[in-house]
Design a protein around this ligand. Structure first.
Ligand code: SF4
Length: 65
């Protein structure tokens, strides 16, 4: 399953990701992923990643733990 991750060292809390995909991202001091269920949200996660000015969001395949 692909999971979004935020590099908090890159995030400048601009708010783009929350504006584009509020079901997944919430910005406080930095952006946070607020859900574990990304079904049906792949498009908006990809859009958020593309519109992050710092390229802080990745959305990659990850092994199940
Ligand atoms: S779009 Fe990128 S820089 Fe902006 S709040 Fe989200 S993760 Fe941080």
């Amino acid at each position: 399953m692909r999971k979004p991750k935020i590099d908090i060292d890159k995030c400048v809390a601009c708010g783009n990701c929350e504006e584009i995909c509020p079901e997944v991202f919430q910005v406080e001091d930095v952006s946070h992923v607020i859900t574990d269920d990304f079904r049906g949200l792949e498009g908006c996660i990809e859009a958020a990643a593309e519109n992050c000015p710092e390229d802080a969001i990745t959305f990659e395949e990850e092994e199940e733990e």
